[in-house]
Design a binder for this molecule. Structure first.
Ligand code: ADP
Ligand code: ZN
Ligand code: ZN
Length: 759
């Protein structure tokens, strides 16, 4: 027998590979290539992980070889194995997570250029006087400074017919040629700090190093990244930039394109096919710069020279289901496997990163000043104990807002809760509206939030006019009373289920229902009443889902005239809003009082990031933070000594408590429609974890206990927690757990290593 044999990882939750024979006439599939193989009663697409010379059994043959060259280069094959070991996840499912959908489904790759559009100069702008959509599309192309893929233009709301109209007028041209990269000059002279940081990163190229770039908001971190990327391109390399969310920051992509002539983006708006094309064009070395979200960390490259993780503290780098990886940590591992540097940039570095800096595992570079000379905003705490708040505002804060608007400035109001009110309460008996499927209260949403497209968004052309009670951003026009409005809904933010507004209390039948608490919609409607003369824009997941919508709102602010922006943490994501001089944080307390061990860290980061939107232009900014707990030690540390002071105090607390980053942690969660079954399974988990000899005395296992959200979507949830001062015994215990292959009918369970939330 001299037939060759390949071992294949199949996309099933099985912790072993399967061997297949290569039939006569088929080339031997290389390691890293996809094959179609028979499995169970069907066919699956798997990845070749190994060649073998013989087998004791008669083997089924490979049905088809899908790639003649490895789709996954060596470093990604090694990374896959590392992911499987570190996160205790089946290797075949690791590959399934790494591959884009189209690749996973077995689509063959044929090189292809996605259609792109660029500006042309044969026509005259005057022809656009009556075509605002075309005008806007042309502006987007000009701002980009480089050809833009049609998929992104579509995501910005420009249909092909708009682009074709521009082409007929000689103002735009469709291109389908490979991207042309060049290194353009920086529009700025780098500050000394920026230069030192950029030189340090450039000096590290060609070797593995982790560089934590701690730069205050607006300090010009992107300029440092671009300088380092330029050096990579000049050496014939490629660069990967991971960002929390592309849709929210089209400006950032435009900056990379303007500097490098092109930049590929992996974003959620692209089709499966487009994502696969982008992925492969990186693999082939045709794309030199890729900007992408979490899963872009798995993109294959021909010559990757640098990885940047921007806003490395951001929670969206953590995948919350399936393979629960942290893209930041995976980026560090990948850079290590490739022998290239990785830059972790943030104004508010994660405590994990700061601990690695303290242990001298990571290098630390700081940008302490804002670029272009803007001052950092002053933070002030507003004690609102005993005060009556109207739609979330104390009188003093409302006066400050009026003051800034009258001075011709813009203001940003931050409240991290969407909807009108988080509680619908019966004042007669205390009943609160709850979800039938979840252990959670329902959030009241006023009429417009239910159908945001019914506002000016839908027509696409009209902009909100000042003086109309701020009829903007899909808001309730005047201050409506959602309790009386027939279109008001109660919605569950955990399972998405939506309910009709109750007319009466379902316990006592009383009619004294009350909306308690505030959400963005209520804040917006209160502001519309108080500041009827000022345009108002709300940014949250109800009003703003697409890049086009966020673009339009930010565009509306770009003239610098007085305006108010209300929103959730979507507003904290790196936008440059030079007209904003006041940032109001309506409620700092709920975050700091969160029972989750990362609650304070997350809240401090959000406050500093939102605060960082203030005073980025010529005028100085200030930040007002309302609180009922002015003595909260976290808040005091943040105000008195900034993020660094907060972080130092919080790290000391974590160290005392034996919590990450000073310990390794994992959560095992189980859920089932049958609560007892989930709990029973976790009891076996706990026993297994404790039985591992290496873990005796070295790891602490607690639980099982009901999860903080004990029921979601009709399923009961339980969890147990394993924590150890050192990683090795925890890893051994989890490996034993994974190998034990515990199962129970209708119970789903998962291991989450380095969880971002335990509550
Ligand atoms: P960060 O990402 O650190 O918050 P950005 O990189 O977005 O900051 O830069 C903030 C603003 O400052 C941008 O508009 C950028 O063009 C500008 N900028 C960056 N570096 C300089 C510089 N050296 N001089 C003047 N302006 C700069
Ligand atoms: Zn009642
Ligand atoms: Zn629910």
């Amino acid at each position: 027998m001299n037939e060759s044999i390949v071992r294949v990882a199949v996309p099933r939750p099985l912790r072993r590979g399967f061997d297949y024979a290569v039939p006569a006439g088929m080339a031997t599939p290389p390691v890293g290539a996809r094959v179609r193989v028979p499995f169970a009663r069907g066919q699956v697409v798997g990845v070749v992980t190994d060649h073998r010379s013989r087998s004791e059994h008669a083997l089924k043959p490979v049905s088809a070889l899908l790639d003649d060259a490895p789709l996954l280069p060596r470093d990604l094959m090694d990374l896959a194995q590392w992911l499987a070991d570190y996160y205790h996840h089946p290797l075949g499912e690791v590959y399934a997570t790494m591959l884009p959908n189209a690749a996973r489904q077995g689509v063959a790759f044929a090189p292809r250029w996605p259609r792109a559009w660029r500006v042309a100069t044969a026509g005259a702008d005057a022809e656009l006087a009556r075509a605002p959509r075309q005008r806007a599309a042309l502006d987007a192309l000009r701002e980009s400074g480089a050809p833009m893929p049609e998929s992104e233009l579509r995501a910005l709301g420009f249909e092909r017919r708009v682009l074709e109209a521009l082409q007929r007028k000689g103002l735009a041209r469709c291109v389908d040629t490979p991207p042309v990269y060049r290194v353009g000059a920086s529009p700025h002279n780098l500050s000394d700090e920026q230069r030192v940081a950029a030189e340090a990163v450039v000096g590290a190229l060609g070797d593995h190093a982790v560089v934590a770039l701690e730069g205050v908001t607006g300090s010009g971190k992107t300029e440092v990244y671009m300088r380092a990327i330029a050096a990579v391109l000049e050496r014939g390399g490629q660069a990967l930039v991971l960002v929390p969310e592309i849709a929210l920051t089209p400006q950032a992509l435009a900056r990379f394109r303007a500097r490098f002539g092109a930049a590929a983006a992996l974003h959620s708006q692209a089709s499966d096919r487009e994502r696969f094309d982008t992925w492969m064009n990186c693999r082939q070395g045709i794309h030199k710069v890729l900007v992408g979200t979490r899963s872009a960390v798995f993109t294959p490259f021909a010559r990757l020279g640098l990885i940047v993780v921007d806003e490395e503290h951001d929670d969206s780098f953590k995948q919350r289901d399936g393979l629960r990886y942290s893209a930041r940590d995976v980026a560090v591992k990948r850079a290590q496997l490739l022998g290239v540097p990785v830059v972790l940039g943030s104004a508010t570095p994660s405590l994990a990163t700061l601990a690695n800096v303290a242990r001298r595992r990571y290098r630390h570079l700081a940008l302490a000043r804002r670029a272009g000379g803007a001052a950092m905003p002053a933070l002030r705490v507003l004690d609102v104990r005993g005060q009556r708040l109207r739609d979330g505002f104390s009188d003093r804060l409302a006066a400050a807002l009026r003051h800034h608007l009258d001075a011709g400035n813009q203001a940003l109001v931050f409240i991290n809760r969407r909807g009108f009110a988080p509680v619908c309460l019966c004042t007669d008996c205390g009943w609160q509206a709850r979800c039938a499927d979840c252990d959670a209260r329902l959030t009241m949403h006023g009429p417009r939030a239910v159908a945001p497209a019914a506002g000016w968004e839908a027509s696409g052309e009209q902009q909100p006019q000042p003086g109309q009670g701020g009829v903007a951003g899909g808001q309730c026009a005047a201050a409506i009373d959602p309790l009386r409005h027939p279109a008001t809904r109660l919605r569950c933010h955990h399972c998405g289920r939506s309910y009709r507004r109750p007319a009466t209390c379902s316990d006592c039948g009383g009619e004294a229902l009350l909306a308690v608490g505030i959400g963005t919609q209520r804040v917006e409607s209160g502001l519309a009443e108080r500041f009827a003369d000022v345009p108002l824009y709300r940014i949250d997941r109800d009003t703003t889902r697409s890049p086009a919508q966020i673009e339009r709102r930010l565009q509306a602010l770009s003239d610098g005239r007085p305006a108010i922006l209300v929103g959730t943490q979507m507003l904290a994501k790196g936008h440059h809003l030079p007209g904003v001089t006041l940032v109001a944080v309506l409620d700092a307390d709920s975050g700091f009082l969160s029972p989750d061990y990362r609650g304070a860290e997350r809240t401090a980061q959000t406050i500093i990031q939102v605060a960082g939107r203030a005073g980025r232009g010529a005028r100085a900014g200030e930040v007002w933070i309302q609180t009922h707990h002015p003595d909260n030690p976290n808040l005091l540390a943040l105000i008195q000594s900034g993020y660094a002071g907060f972080a130092a105090a919080e790290l000391a607390d974590r160290s005392d408590a034996g919590l990450p980053p000073f310990a390794a942690m994992a959560v095992v969660r189980a859920e089932s429609a049958d609560s007892a079954a989930a709990e029973a399974l976790l009891r076996r988990v706990v026993t297994t974890l404790r039985a591992v000899p290496e873990s005796a005395g070295a790891i602490e296992v607690t639980g099982p206990a009901p999860s903080p959200l004990a029921r979601r979507g009709g399923r009961h949830r339980h969890q147990c927690l394993a924590i150890a001062p050192r990683r090795r015994p925890l890893r051994a215990a989890l490996a034993a757990l994974a190998a034990a292959d515990i199962r129970a009918p209708n119970v789903r369970w998962s291991i989450d290593v380095d969880p971002y939330d335990v509550f």
